[in-house]
Design a protein around this ligand. Sequence first.
Ligand code: K1U
Ligand code: ZN
Length: 166
Amino acid sequence: MAILEIVKYPDKRLREPCANITKFDARLANLASDMAETMYAAPGIGLAAPQIGVNERLIVVDISKKGTELIVFVNPVIESMEETTESEEGCLSIPDYRDIILRQNRITVRAQDLHGNFFEKSAEGLFAICIQHEVDHLNGILFVDHLSRLKKDLFKKWAKKNLLED
Ligand code: K1U
Ligand code: ZN
């Protein structure tokens, strides 16, 4: 197990669509385990593989306060979404920035587990929002991409000052 470095905005690796996973082997299990450890250490409630520089469709999510409800989604596909809601989000790849965007409050997601078995999950509230945030990462999308033009401009100014001038 290892805590990995989290890729930060504006790194180009966060902008690439990820590839489907076809091999359900020990390498995949180790990758998921390292991602979970990295997420808990951050701390965060989710993490997507591109955030640790791996261009593959793998996410881990645990919204429980005790960190006891880890779910690993391989090749997740959101099959349905309903009820637009406001969501205040942060991102481990954009440290110290939070903003409000619109998401869907209820979703169903189909994915595979670490053995390649397909499963379907219904999610709502923070769980649904976190899955949408992580699946966006797999498509090279960041939560700030959902901001209005005005808020996006403010974010870019903030990022220039706080993330690029390190
Ligand atoms: O993918 C990521 O960058 C992780 C991100 C997920 C997320 C946060 C908020 C809404 C939707 C998705 C985070 O986990 S940021 C940290 C965070 O929100 C948090 C950390 C500790 C306890 C509770 C929340
Ligand atoms: Zn994120």
